[in-house]
Design a protein around this ligand. Structure first.
Ligand code: PEP
Ligand code: MG
Length: 588
């Protein structure tokens, strides 16, 4: 029977394909005492060794498939990190000892050992090690699945052009999917700004997230239609609808192609206001897509992907290579390197393991950097050195006010001093910017402007903190409203404070890539917007379709509106008049 759902649109594109279910919930394991005698123990140890060996082969194969071939290099590196966990045989040896000494089944031994490693990491007090808990558990889960004969990889036995349906997908799961020519992804958890969504957009994969209780309602192989722009998911669509979905997909792809051909043209409104279009990237290899899309620089390089899924943080030299690659390839265009935003919803793939009751308000981003000073200084040294390769700035996420921004500037000064002592070159001036994504930073934006070289408004977090709506919680996703008048007023205040101090102000949150919101932002006098590489051509086309004077007047009306719905209607009506062909799917 047809089942229609609307989730959170996470990555545009339309696809129809057979469902492939990815079950990521931990397996239930029970304790089974072994039969008497040595033979039973030896047989169990053999079973364990076989499962670990198969795990290694599976990851090696997956890594080889994502190596090269246009896939971001980080994906292969994430796999290497998982491989290391299985190659460093601490888990295997400890599980083998448990089987021998306690005469229990391999499954029980693996689960027990993984739990005790996780508890030790948890207690280590070192934030980086704490982040590895999820990796250890997923390595153990792979061994367990091999032991009981279940497919451990989401991409294993994938039907062609499948729609992957999962409770949640980790970055490593996503890397499995890249090579598999998956048609689309649907998850029960997540929001437009969670890492699954960000990665799906980076990979150009249609995705809808935040569709609760879906996994239990879809049988493997059932046809599923997905529209990543509207958030529509139809399980077992009536046969008459299937060609309509396919047609919609074709139309979108055609529009994308036509817009890409226009990508080099600047984004200027019909009455001559120039808007700079920048790209957000997560992987260095994405600079090519950014350039192809016509991006005039990188407005946000999310460097946290360099840290994820590995036993040790990246060295200064490894980071230097990644940042230099981006800065030199983009030169002379500007690049904003953002220091790591770890913690919060990022890369804690199992929220219950976060170890913090409220991770979004916990030790994340700049706070974590200021706590883990050495880790932070190493990153800043690499960024300052990479700035020599072109035009780069450094920016800090989650600044709350002048105090933490000044503390961060102190670490920059220490890093500079260290580089000088070590005889390593970096430019005399590297602009240091401030992300405006916490309401307190907006309130004191005029004070921050005295210390910062530029502002970049991050609406993904600003909306979360201003409206008290968890950005990654699908249960409140409908209340996550970038058009909320309070958000608009915060944006306007930040823009004004930056402008009055003569600072460049850009916006790099997902709001900036919503074709209905772009006129509003232009009307609020933002003149730099940063969007995912694949969204640059559409954003440019929207800008070229509007008049600054019209959208400034509309933004004024929006600031006086009572609700997000009223603002939404204003800009839907405007889109209908000014650029209906670019947003047909959103207006239908
Ligand atoms: C934001 O919060 O808007 C932002 C761009 O940063 P991130 O999505 O990485 O938190
Ligand atoms: Mg943010």
């Amino acid at each position: 029977m047809t089942d229609r759902r609307v989730g959170v649109p996470a990555s545009p594109g339309v696809a129809v394909g057979p469902a492939h279910l990815v079950e990521r919930r931990p397996l239930a394991v029970s304790c089974r005492p072994l039969a008497a005698g040595d033979a039973a123990v030896e047989a169990e140890v053999e079973r364990l060794r076989g499962a670990v060996a198969r795990g290694r082969e599976q990851i090696e194969r997956a890594r080889d498939r994502v190596r090269g071939g246009g896939h971001p290099a980080e994906l292969a590196r994430m796999m290497e990190a998982h491989l290391q966990l299985l190659e460093d045989d601490a888990l295997e040896r400890a599980a083998e000892r448990t089987v021998r000494e306690e005469r229990v089944n391999a499954e029980w031994a693996v689960r027990r050992v993984a739990e005790s490693i996780r508890a030790a990491l948890e207690a280590s007090g070192d934030e980086f090690f704490r982040e590895r808990r999820g990796d250890v558990l997923s390595a153990a889960e792979r061994i367990l699945r091999n032991l009981v004969g279940l497919q451990p990889d989401p991409a294993g036995d994938l039907p062609p052009r499948a729609v992957v349906v999962a409770h949640e997908l980790s970055p490593v799961d996503m890397s499995h999917l890249v090579h598999a020519a998956v048609a689309a992804v649907v998850t029960e958890t997540g929001s437009r700004t969670s890492h699954t969504a960000i990665l799906a957009r980076a990979l150009g994969l249609p995705a809808v997230v935040g569709v609760p209780d879906l996994v239990g309602c879809v049988a493997e192989g059932t046809l599923v239609a997905v529209d990543g722009a509207s958030g529509e998911v139809v399980v077992a669509p009536p046969s008459a609808e299937v060609p309509l979905f396919r047609e919609r997909g074709r139309r979108l792809a055609e529009l994308q192609r036509a817009l890409r051909d226009e990508g080099e043209r600047p984004a200027e409104t019909r009455d001559g206001r120039r808007i700079t279009l920048l790209a957000n990237i997560e992987f260095p290899d994405e600079v090519e897509a950014a350039l192809r899309g016509g991006a005039e620089g990188i407005g946000l390089y999310r460097t946290e992907f360099l840290y994820v899924g590995r036993p040790r943080p990246p060295s200064e030299e490894e980071q230097l290579r990644a940042y230099e690659k981006v800065v030199s390839r983009m030169a002379p265009r500007p690049v904003s390197l953002r220091t790591f935003d770890l913690g919060g919803d990022k890369f804690v793939t199992r929220p219950q393991l976060a170890g913090e009751l409220n991770p979004a308000l916990g030790l994340r981003a700049l706070r974590l950097g200021l706590r883990e000073r050495d880790l932070f200084r190493t990153q800043i040294r690499a960024m300052l050195r990479a700035a020599a390769a072109g035009d780069a700035g450094v920016m800090f996420p989650m600044v709350c006010g002048v105090g933490d921004f000044r503390d961060a500037l102190e670490v920059v000064a220490e890093a500079r001093e260290g580089l000088r002592r070590d005889g390593l070159a970096c430019p005399g001036e590297v602009p240091i910017g401030c992300m405006i994504e916490v309401p307190s930073a907006v309130v004191v934006a005029d004070l921050l402007a005295r210390h910062a070289a530029f502002f970049s408004i991050g609406t993904n977090d600003l909306v979360q903190y201003a409206l008290a709506i968890d950005r990654a919680n699908e249960r409140v996703a409908q209340l996550y409203q970038p058009f909320h008048p309070a958000v608009l007023r915060l944006v306007r205040q930040a823009v004004r404070a930056g402008r009055e101090a003569g600072l460049p102000v850009s916006m790099c949150g997902a709001m900036a890539e919503d074709p209905l919101a772009i006129p509003l932002l232009v009307g609020l006098e933002i003149d730099r917007i940063s969007v995912s590489p694949s969204s640059v051509p559409l954003a440019k086309a929207v800008v070229r379709s509007i008049r600054f004077e019209d959208v400034r007047r509309l933004a004024g009306e929006a600031l006086e509106a009572g609700t997000a719905e009223e603002v939404g209607r204003l800009f839907c009506d405007h889109a209908r008049r000014a650029y209906p062909d670019l947003v047909r799917e959103r207006l239908d």
